[in-house]
Design a protein. Structure first.
Length: 412
C-alpha cells in the first residue's frame, strides 16, 4: 500500500488532532509497514490512543499484539481484555476471537456459555470464523444441545463466504448424510471449492474420494494428483497416502523410492503409519540401507503414536531382548496389551502365550484363554493349538464361563 508524503502528513495532522480513524490508520501503516518503516512501538501508540476513544478495530489490533507478543510482552490476559472491549463495541472479528479464548481457556477460565454467546454474536455480525466455530459447537454438542441442522446452517453461511474449513465440514456432512440428505455430488462441489483455494485438507479428502469412487467415477490418476497437491504443502496424511500410491502404482508408475520419500516426509511429521513403513524398510533393508537401530527407533515412535502393528512388532522386539532383563518382558507385555486392545490378532496370540507362560507378569490361564480365543477368531492360525493346551488346564465350568463372556463381547 503506497502513501505519498503529503497524504502521510495530512493523516498525521488529523491523528494528532484527535481524529480516531486517522489514529487507527496510522497504527495500521506502522504495524504493516505500508509506505513507512514497520514500527510496532508507534503502531501500539496510535492503536492505544484510538482504542481509548472507543475505536473497535484498534482494540482488536491491540489484542492481537498482546496475544502474539508483537511489539509488546506476550500477555493473553491483556489480549482477552482488549478483545472483550472490541467485542462489546460490536466488532465481529473480535467477537470470534474472544469466543475462542473462552472456549480454550486462554487468558482466563474455560467458559463454553460465553464462547457460545460470542460466536453467535460474531456469526450474526458476519464473521466466517465465528460461523464456522458456532457450527462446530452445535455439531459436537459443546456448550449446547447437539444440533446438526443448526450446524449445517452455520457451515453453509461460512462456506458461502469462502471459508475452506467450513466447506470441508459441509462436504463431509453431505457425504455422510449428517444433518442433510446424503448427496455425494454436493460433497464433491464443496470439497472442490475448498481444494481450489489451496486448502490441503480438502485436497487430501478429494484424493480419497476419487480413489474410492464413492458417488463419483473412480479415478486413481486424479486421486494421485490431489494427494500430491496436498502432500507438497506438507499435509502428512496426504504424504502417507502418496507413499502408498507410489508403492502400489495407483494412477502412477510404481516407484518404491518415491514411496519411501513420501513415507519419510510424513514420518518426520509424526505420522505413525508412515513411521512404521520407514521402520520396516530399515529393518528389512528394502529401499533403504539395512539399519536395525534406526528401524527399532522408528518402530518405537510409531508404537508410541498408537499404531497397533508397530506396537505389536515393538513388543516382539522387546521380548526378543527380554533375556537381558525382566523389565524387557514386562515392557513387551505392556506393548502387546496395547496392540491387542486394538484387536490385533497377532498381538492377542503373543499376549495369550505370555499369560500362559507367566513371562513378563503373573501366569493367568483365564486371560490366556481370552486372548487366544480372540486371536483364533481374528485369523491367527497359530492360536488354535495353544488354545487347546490352555483349555486342557481349565475346568469345564471355567471354559463355559469364558465362552459366554466372549459371546457377549461379540454381540455387544
Amino acid at each position: 500500500m503506497a502513501i505519498t508524503n503529503t497524504e502521510f502528513s495530512t493523516l498525521l495532522d488529523l491523528a494528532k488532532g484527535g481524529d480516531v480513524d486517522a489514529q487507527a490508520a496510522l497504527g495500521d501503516l506502522y504495524f504493516n509497514g505500508w509506505g513507512v518503516r514497520t514500527d510496532l512501538a508507534l503502531a501500539r501508540n496510535w492503536y492505544t490512543r484510538a482504542a481509548e476513544l472507543g475505536h473497535a478495530h484498534s482494540c482488536y489490533r491491540l489484542a492481537q499484539m498482546h496475544a502474539r507478543g508483537n511489539g509488546v510482552v506476550h500477555d493473553t490476559q491483556h489480549a482477552r481484555e482488549w478483545f472483550e472491549r472490541a467485542a462489546e463495541l460490536g466488532y465481529a472479528p473480535a467477537q470470534a476471537a474472544l469466543a475462542w479464548f473462552h472456549q480454550r481457556g486462554i487468558g482466563g477460565p474455560v467458559d463454553l456459555e460465553r464462547a457460545l454467546h460470542w460466536y453467535r454474536q460474531g456469526a450474526i455480525g458476519g464473521s466466517a470464523v465465528a460461523r464456522f466455530n458456532l457450527g462446530l459447537m452445535c455439531a459436537l454438542g459443546q456448550g449446547v444441545t447437539k444440533d446438526l441442522t443448526e450446524a449445517i446452517t452455520w457451515y453453509r453461511a461460512a462456506s458461502a463466504q469462502g471459508y475452506p474449513q467450513a466447506q470441508v465440514n459441509l462436504a463431509v456432512a453431505y457425504l455422510r448424510g449428517e444433518g442433510v440428505e446424503r448427496d455425494p455430488a454436493e460433497a464433491l462441489r464443496w470439497y472442490l471449492a475448498a481444494a481450489n483455494q489451496g486448502y490441503a485438507k480438502a485436497q487430501y479428502h478429494l484424493g480419497l474420494l476419487y480413489a474410492s469412487g464413492e458417488g463419483i467415477p473412480q479415478d486413481d490418476r486424479v486421486a494421485a494428483q490431489w494427494q500430491r497437491r496436498a502432500a507438497e504443502q506438507g499435509f502428512h496424511r496426504a504424504q502417507y497416502q502418496l507413499g502408498l500410491i507410489h508403492r502400489h502404482g495407483l494412477g502412477v508408475r510404481a516407484d518404491e523410492a518415491e514411496a519411501l520419500r513420501w513415507f519419510l516426509e510424513a514420518a518426520d511429521q509424526g505420522h505413525p503409519k508412515a513411521q512404521y513403513q520407514v521402520a520396516m524398510a530399515y529393518l528389512r533393508g528394502e529401499g533403504l540401507a539395512r539399519d536395525p537401530v534406526a528401524g527399532r527407533e522408528w518402530l518405537r515412535k510409531a508404537a508410541e503414536g498408537g499404531y497397533h502393528k508397530a506396537q505389536y512388532r515393538h513388543g516382539l522386539a522387546l521380548l526378543e531382548r527380554s533375556e537381558e532383563s525382566q523389565a524387557g518382558a514386562v515392557a513387551a507385555r505392556a506393548w502387546l496389551q496395547r496392540a491387542a486392545a486394538e484387536g490385533n490378532a497377532n498381538a492377542l496370540y503373543a499376549l495369550g502365550v505370555l499369560h500362559a507362560s507367566g513371562e513378563g507378569g503373573p501366569r493367568d490361564l483365564l486371560a490366556a484363554y481370552r486372548c487366544l480365543a480372540q486371536a483364533e477368531r481374528g485369523g491367527d492360525e497359530r492360536a488354535s493349538a495353544h488354545l487347546a493346551r490352555v483349555a486342557a488346564r481349565l475346568t469345564a465350568e471355567q471354559i463355559e464361563g469364558l465362552q459366554a463372556e466372549l459371546g457377549r463381547r461379540d454381540s455387544a
